[in-house]
Design a protein. Structure first.
Length: 70
């Protein structure tokens, strides 16, 4: 989804999460599955929703992630 909706984005793996940057914006709290003990899909989609809104790519991301349409 990020390849199509946020070309040129970068991600850096950290201990508990990913740091995702796109343009001049950074989203520092995208959880890594290996450290997320709750594994709650609603929480994960919440993080993704926050990130795509921050980056201004919500309309594009809805084409790839059905849950963002709600």
């Amino acid at each position: 989804m990020l390849d199509a909706c946020a070309p040129g984005y970068e991600r850096r793996e950290r201990v508990h999460n990913w740091l995702v940057t796109y343009g001049q914006l950074s989203f520092p709290r995208l959880p890594r599955d290996t450290h997320n003990k709750r594994r709650d899909p609603d929480i994960q989609i919440g993080h993704v929703r926050q990130m795509v809104k921050l980056f201004g790519i919500l309309d594009c991301a809805k084409k790839y992630i059905e849950q963002l349409g709600h």
